[in-house]
Design a binder for this molecule. Structure first.
Ligand code: FCB
Length: 467
C-alpha cells in the first residue's frame, strides 16, 4: 500500500456537538521493562518468554522500551501528538505481586506518577486493568481456568481504582479476552502457553466474570466509565452454502464475537454458542447470578481492529494449524484462514472497510458507545536516516482506517474515539521485537526515541480535529 486512497474529512461532530477523540496506546509488559524492580512479581509472560521457541527472536519484555524509567519522556511524546488520550495498562504483578494479598505501594506509586504526568500535559489517562500479564502464582493455582482468578482480579481492580479513581475517568477491564483465553489456553501461542482444547471455554467465562466483578468495584470508587476492549472481527466467509462452511463461519463468529457480546447484551450464551462450547452449559462453571452480573456491565465497547477474518473449511488433513491462530477455536470444525493482498509486515490483510462494518454492527448490536481502542500497522520500517523514518505505508493504513472510523460515525454509529496502536516500537508478544507498530522508533541500543513520519501525520489529524 503506497498512496492513501480515502479522503479524510475531519472533524465529524455528533448531534450533541461532540467530536471524535484521538489517542495512542501501549501495554505494560510491552513497554515498561524493569521486571524485577520495586517489588514487581513474576508474570506469565516472564515465564512464557523464557520457554525456548516461544518468542520468534527469543526476546522478552525484560527491558522493552524502559518506560518504567522513561515515562516522562513518553508522556511528552504523547503530548507532542496533540491527541486527547493515552491508553496504558497496569501490571497486576506490580500492584499485587502474588496475585492476591499484599499490595506493593511502590508499584501503585509508579502509576500514580504516570497519571499525574499525563494530567499535567492535558491528556486523559485511560487505564486498562488487564493486558495479559497475569501474576505467575495465580497461573500456578489454575490461571483463568479457575474461578478464583476472576475474584482475585476484582480485588486487584479495587486496589487500583482506590488509588487512581480520583483522576482516571475511563477504565478498561480486560484487553482482548479472546487472546488471553484462546491463544493462551487453547492455541498455546501466548502465555501461559497451554493447549487445553475446550477447557479454554472455561477461561472465556472466567474472564467475562472477572470483567463484571472488576467493573463493579471500579464504579464503587468514584465516577467512572468502565468498558471492555474486544478484538471482535468481521467474519467474511470465503466459502458459503455448504453445511461444513456454515458450521465453520458460525463457530468462528461464536468465539471471536458472540461469546463476549452475548452475555454483555443478552445475559445469555445462546444455543449456537453452546454447540461449539458445551462447557458454557455447565452450571458448575456458569453459576447462578454470573450472567446477570455480566449483563449490562460495560458502559462502552472498545474494539481493536487490524484485519478481517476469512474462514473456509480445511481442505487438507485436519488443519487448524494453517494460520497463526491455529488451535484457537476449540469446538469449531477444522478450517483455514484465507488472507488476501495487501498485507502488513506481520501478514495481516489490510481492509479498512472491515473496521467501518464492525463499528456500525457493534453499535447496533449493543446500543453502547463504541471506541476504537487499537488500530495500527506493523510495517518494515527503514532505518533512521537524518533523524527521520519515512513510514508512508503506515500513514496510508492509518489514514484509511481513520477515514473508516469517521465514515461509521457519519452514518450514525456512536463512535467516540480512535486510538492508534502504538506509541512506541515495542515487545510484540510471540513476535518479539521483529514487528514494529510504533509511531516512534526506538533504538534498542540506547533507547533513543525518534518520531516517525506517521507521528507527525497523527499530530496533523489531531490538530484538525481540535480546530
Ligand atoms: C493486539 C494487542 C496489542 C498489540 C497489537 C498488535 O492484539 O492488544 O498488545 O500486540 O495486537
Amino acid at each position: 500500500m503506497s498512496t492513501p486512497q480515502t479522503p479524510l474529512s475531519l472533524p465529524v461532530r455528533l448531534a450533541d456537538g461532540s467530536r471524535l477523540e484521538l489517542g495512542t496506546a501501549t501495554a505494560s509488559y510491552q513497554v515498561e521493562g524493569a521486571i524485577a524492580e520495586d517489588g514487581r512479581g513474576p508474570s506469565i509472560w516472564d515465564t512464557f518468554t523464557a520457554r525456548p521457541g516461544a518468542v520468534r527472536d527469543g526476546s522478552s519484555g525484560e527491558v522493552a522500551c524502559d518506560s518504567y524509567h522513561r515515562y516522562l519522556e513518553d508522556a511528552d511524546l504523547v503530548a507532542g501528538l496533540g491527541v486527547d488520550w493515552y491508553r496504558f495498562s497496569i501490571a497486576w504483578p506490580r500492584v499485587v505481586p502474588a496475585g492476591t494479598g499484599a499490595v506493593e505501594q511502590r508499584g501503585l506509586d509508579y502509576y500514580d506518577r504516570l497519571v499525574d504526568a499525563l494530567l499535567e500535559r492535558g491528556l486523559k489517562p485511560t487505564a486498562t486493568l488487564y493486558h495479559w500479564d497475569l501474576p505467575q502464582p495465580l497461573e500456578d493455582a489454575g490461571g483463568w481456568l479457575v474461578r478464583e482468578t476472576a475474584e482475585a482480579f476484582a480485588d486487584y481492580a479495587e486496589v487500583v481504582a482506590g488509588r487512581l479513581g480520583d483522576r482516571v475517568g475511563t477504565w478498561a477491564t480486560l484487553n482482548e479476552p479472546w487472546c488471553a483465553g484462546y491463544l493462551g489456553y487453547a492455541a498455546g501461542v501466548h502465555a501461559p502457553g497451554r493447549s487445553e482444547g475446550g477447557a479454554a471455554h472455561r477461561a472465556a467465562h472466567h474472564l467475562m466474570l472477572g470483567h463484571a466483578l472488576a467493573a463493579e468495584r471500579v464504579r464503587a470508587n468514584g465516577p467512572a466509565d468502565v468498558g471492555i476492549v474486544l478484538n471482535l472481527a468481521p467474519i467474511w466467509p470465503e466459502t458459503t452454502g455448504t453445511p461444513e462452511a456454515d458450521a465453520v463461519t458460525d463457530g468462528v463468529d461464536a468465539l471471536r464475537n458472540r461469546v463476549w457480546l452475548d452475555p454483555l447484551v443478552d445475559g445469555a450464551y445462546d444455543e449456537g454458542l453452546l454447540a461449539v462450547a458445551p462447557e458454557l452449559g455447565d452450571p458448575e462453571l456458569v453459576r447462578e447470578g454470573d450472567l446477570a452480573a455480566i449483563l449490562g456491565s460495560a458502559d462502552w465497547i472498545g474494539i481493536n481492529y487490524y484485519t478481517p477474518v476469512r474462514p473456509t473449511p480445511a481442505t487438507g488433513a485436519a488443519n487448524e494449524g494453517g494460520h497463526p491462530e491455529g488451535g484457537a477455536y476449540p469446538g469449531v470444525p477444522p478450517f483455514d484462514l484465507v488472507v488476501r493482498e495487501p498485507v502488513t509486515d506481520i501478514g495481516w490483510e489490510i481492509d479498512a472497510s472491515g473496521l467501518e462494518e464492525l463499528l456500525v454492527t457493534t453499535a447496533e448490536r449493543t446500543g453502547l458507545p463504541v471506541l476504537v481502542m487499537e488500530n495500527g500497522a506493523a510495517m518494515a520500517d527503514t532505518a533512521v536516516t537524518d533523524g527521520r523514518v519515512d513510514d508512508q505505508d503506515r500513514i496510508g493504513y492509518l489514514r484509511d482506517h481513520l477515514a473508516a472510523t469517521v465514515a461509521a460515525r457519519a452514518s450514525g454509529a456512536d463512535v467516540r474515539a480512535y486510538v492508534v496502536w502504538t506509541l512506541l516500537d515495542n515487545f510484540e508478544w510471540a513476535e518479539g521485537y521483529t514487528k514494529t507498530f510504533g509511531l516512534v522508533h526506538i533504538d534498542s541500543r540506547d533507547q533513543t526515541r525518534t518520531p516517525k513520519a506517521s507521528y507527525h501525520w497523527v499530530a496533523e489529524q489531531a490538530a484538525a480535529l481540535r480546530a
